[in-house]
Design a protein around this ligand. Sequence first.
Ligand SMILES: *Cc1c(COP(=O)(O)O)cnc(C)c1O
Length: 380
Amino acid sequence: MRSLTKIIQSVPTDPLTGSIAVPVYQTSTFVQSAPGVNKGYDYARTNNPTRAVLENILAELEEGHSGFAFATGLAAIDAVLKLLSYGDEIVAVDDIYGGAYRLLTHVYQKFGIKINYVDTRNIENVKKTINNNTKLVWLESPTNPTLKISDIKTISELAHQSGALMVVDNTFATPVAQRPLSLGADIVVHSGTKYLGGHSDLLAGFVVTQNEELSEKIKFIQNASGGVLAPWDCFLVIRGIETLEIRYKQQCQTALQVAQVLEKHPLVDKVHYPGLKTHVNHEIASRQQNAWFGAMISFSLKEDTTENAEKVVCQTKLFKLAESLGGVKSLVSLPAKMTHVSVPREKRLQSGIQDSLIRLSCGIEDVQDLIEDILQAINS
Ligand SMILES: *Cc1c(COP(=O)(O)O)cnc(C)c1O
């Protein structure tokens, strides 16, 4: 079966009624016929039929053992971090998502977890940093907002050699482009708020595990900590996933065209987009992402001031000025003042986030309209 058919087929018809849409089981508890005797469900934090459908779809999409749905992407990340114990170390990609940086540095560090941030594009950096206390290697590829690509397969091998688990935040690539578990990763996390939901109308997060042992551990943490996704939001994500591949591929094609136009523009300095031949990791991205390079672009201006960048992001009309990404409506943002404000400036500059860096999330509007919109904003 081809992937488009597979996605639609992975959404089951309701066995009880034949309902073609997945029923929303808006309930907290389930009636038992005798103490401890139930139909597979006892309390909705532990399990819920609507959530179970979505979790199975995620496992199938990522080719994993089990999927777990959380209230937000950060709740999903938090669940994975709870696999760790006092004294454990993490090797993490240096321009990790700002919220993950905040969680690691300001919450987990005080519980005795040590985090080493490295530029994971260079394998030598990973080799040098990984040690016997390293329990997790944490990658994003592409990263946010500079679209750096790391070699998931090679780094997974390194992680496993020293007994660490490999985790990949697959939010930007989505399972349409990249399946980290098939490249050697042990755990995939997602912010379902982005492409999986796809309509900027919900928050959600996912963990997908590669084997039964990890599934049991995450299941335990999910139930113990309780940051689960509510049934109605599960329904909305299921509906979003039905059109994921069509949306994502269209958005990737649009982004490539926008990036190509920006690259030629005399007022534009650097354009970060893995689909451009000039991107340093274009080769790895082509292989690892099946040549679907994503719908995120970032670029800086030749006259590299925050003031100029602010003018551009305030003057686009179709690209709405907002945080977040991955929806059908195009968005523009200024990471240094918005999504990455919690990362210290020095660290931002180190990982290539200039004050004037502008980030675009391409939606499904007509590509020519989007190009005209960004050009008028830059030219003015
Ligand atoms: C948005 C995002 C998150 C956090 O997800 P929330 O749903 O906002 O909690 C994590 N990782 C990446 C790459 C993201 O873009």
